[in-house]
Write a protein that binds this ligand. Structure first.
Ligand code: ADP
Ligand code: MG
Length: 633
């Protein structure tokens, strides 16, 4: 491998502005996780081998000259360099410019966007994105890349070099072998990485999961040969078997965890994993992980670009296929699917309509739901943390995956009037298990926040009768529960909707109360003309004067408000006002002969009912004046 002496002088170019920005951030914030450079460079080398293996399926000539795909890592103490070489796909000159002179990886771009104008990045964040190649500059004052694309002639090689400070040089090079060599000229302070044991340890740490052999020169002490440094004897630093292809019983937990961290995006150990081999008319292997921590938002947000689940076909990496292999509500899952029977030349378009893939997808969903279920049974603490991180994502499945609705519902946990405060610990099974004999529905309330749910006047009658109510206060709940009509054969009902089920005695009392209050109701209807659909005596209230009742398919007021705020057209509907004739305010209204005061009282009843339902007041100033008039009067 020599640089062609006759070649033209090096050309100096400036990095794209964003690269300079990333370089700055990375070198300044990865300081406590310096060693990551090795993970990133090995992973690029491994990607390059994957790409070549894939391209060589259609074009076997690309492997000419060197049949083995491998990675070599070595250190030179005298020169103070670390070299990472691969026999992968390599890069043409244009590719070098595009891939390492500008921000090629969209992950890095999103990372930048996520940081916005704040120039602060923490290492955890950077680790999640994998800033890749540029992490070399955390330890190197100068980086040299020699690369030649597979299939190109020796003279088509490229030499790239930079000190990571805004500019790089490019020049042609004659390279005997295809692939890429990255040479790190270490900073003064980074000598520790030249230490044989240190480097070996790191390579092992970051390479065990790599499916290509990674070789390092045999330690000097082991070799008798003086010239060992010039012609090193290489030995394997990893076993290069794709972890998922090994029998389950032989794989240690640490190996599973190590493989998880090699998938990227997460410094933390996974919460759980499931590894399965399906044999039969269609054979495939799945290794799927549940993360313990939520990833940084942008990674979850980009629906069009979900990463984390890799599709292999007979051990050849094909593509990130999270969208093809898992429904959206399971987008937190990471791992590998290796299919034996798909054609190697599949495209994304083909995958989207592939029947075999549909079956694999079904199996993945089943495995993941099994895994979450197992976690809920065996490791309640981990399960609680998992739900905290991904419970709301999982709830999307109630809407998205009708076929698994009941299974997903069983995994959800809610706050309840019998639970511990705001903690979401009650399952639907818990609820159904303690329903009283006569109770025929699962009752819930949705509100904007736990306090609003727990304090809602609509719960009063339920409390009085000892009926448990699920308190739902996540924004997605209203939408989710609208698709969950029943569980275990019991209908789910919103406490504010429709009629309460009353026994004969209660019905009788209710009718009597209504007829006794008839003149009061008439008065209220007149006073609130045009503002309410109806005024009724409530069976829901014991302590509060008024509340709103919703029609069966009416949206909860807090949600209607949210949607309007978000600019959506939500039809205005006039509410049904329910009142408690036993309440002192209603007594006062019935007794007053002052029409102005009666109007104030009636309006106030409606306003407070709206407030407790999470709907805003149309005119807060008028509301305050009304209150003051009544207090002063
Ligand atoms: P990412 O790996 O996430 O794409 P990197 O910064 O690690 O981002 O690398 C940027 C790009 O540079 C890669 O996508 C790839 O195209 C190219 N590249 C880096 N290292 C190699 C290599 N060893 N062989 C071939 N291409 C490489
Ligand atoms: Mg990379």
């Amino acid at each position: 491998m020599t640089t062609d002496a006759t070649a033209s002088a090096p050309e100096t170019r400036k990095f794209e502005a964003e690269v300079a920005q990333v370089l700055h951030l990375v070198t300044h914030s990865l300081y406590s996780h310096k060693e990551i450079f090795l993970r990133e460079l090995i992973s690029n080398a491994s990607d390059a081998c994957d790409k070549l293996r894939f391209e060589a399926i259609a074009n076997p000539g690309l492997m000419a000259g060197e049949a083995e795909l491998r990675i070599e890592v070595s250190a030179d103490k005298a020169a103070r360099t670390i070299t990472i070489r691969d026999t992968g796909i390599g890069m043409s000159r244009d590719e070098v410019v595009a891939n390492i002179g500008s921000i090629a990886s969209s992950g890095t771009r999103r990372f930048l966007e996520a940081l916005g104008s704040e120039q602060k990045a923490d290492a955890r964040l950077i680790g999640q994105f994998g800033v890749g190649f540029y992490s070399a500059f955390v330890v190197a004052e100068r980086v040299t890349v020699l690369t030649r694309r597979a299939g190109d002639p020796a003279q088509a090689g490229v030499r790239w070099e930079s000190d990571g400070r805004g500019e790089y040089t490019l020049e042609p090079a004659t390279l005997d072998a295809r692939g890429t060599t990255v040479i790190l000229h270490l900073k003064e302070s980074e000598d520790e990485f030249l230490d044989d044991w240190k480097l070996r340890g790191l390579v092992r740490k970051y390479s065990d999961h790599v499916a290509f052999p990674i070789r390092m020169p045999k330690a000097a002490a082991d070799t008798q040969d003086e010239a060992a440094a010039d012609a090193p004897e290489w030995e394997s630093a990893n076993d290069a078997s794709a972890l998922w292809t090994r029998p389950k019983g032989e794989i240690k937990d640490e190996e599973y965890q190590g493989f998880y961290s090699s998938l990227g995006h997460d410094f933390n150990p996974p919460a759980a994993w499931t590894h399965n081999r399906v044999e039969g008319s269609q054979s495939f292997t799945t290794l799927l992980y549940l993360p313990a921590q939520p990833p940084f938002d942008v990674l979850m947000g980009g629906r069009d670009e979900r990463k984390g689940l890799k599709l292999y076909i007979k051990r050849v990496f094909i593509m990130d296929a999270a969208e093809e292999l898992l429904p959206n509500y399971l987008r937190f899952v990471r791992g590998v699917v290796d299919a034996d029977d798909l054609p190697l030349n599949v495209s994304r378009e083909i995958l989207q309509h592939n029947r075999q893939l549909e079956r694999i997808k079904g199996a993945c969903v089943k495995r993941v739901l099994d895994l979450i279920e197992k976690l809920s049974r065996d490791e309640p603490e981990k399960f609680a943390a998992f739900l905290k991180a991904f419970g709301n994502t999982l709830k999307e499945g109630i809407v998205e995956d009708a076929g698994n609705r009941e299974r997903i519902a069983r995994l959800l946990r809610f706050a309840s009037t019998r639970g511990e405060g705001a903690a979401q610990t009650v399952s639907l099974d818990d609820y159904v298990g303690r329903m009283s004999a006569g109770q025929d529905a699962i009752w819930y309330i949705t509100a904007d926040g736990h306090a609003a749910a727990a304090g809602s006047p609509q719960l009063e009658a339920f409390r009085a009768r000892g009926i448990e109510v699920l308190l739902m206060s996540d924004r997605i709940d209203e939408w989710m529960v609208g698709h969950l009509h029943e569980y275990a054969g019991k209908p789910l009902r919103h406490v504010a909707k429709g009629e309460l089920p009353l026994d004969e005695a209660e019905k009788k009392r209710q009718e009597e109360a209504a007829s006794a209050a008839a003149p009061l109701l008439e008065r209220l209807k007149t006073l609130l003309e045009g503002k309410v659909e109806d005024v009724r005596v409530s069976a829901r209230l014991t302590d509060s004067p008024a509340c709103l009742a919703l029609a069966e398919h009416e949206m909860a007021p807090h949600l209607a408000h949210l949607l309007r705020e978000a600019g959506q057209a939500v039809p205005e509907s006039r509410p049904i006002l329910e009142v408690n004739p036993q309440h002192a305010l209603l007594h006062r209204l019935a007794a007053t002969t002052d029409d102005a005061q009666a109007a104030d009282l009636a309006t106030l009843l409606l306003e407070q009912a709206r407030l407790t339902a999470g709907a805003p007041l149309a005119d807060p100033a008028a509301f305050v004046q009304r209150i003051n008039r009544l207090l002063a009067g």
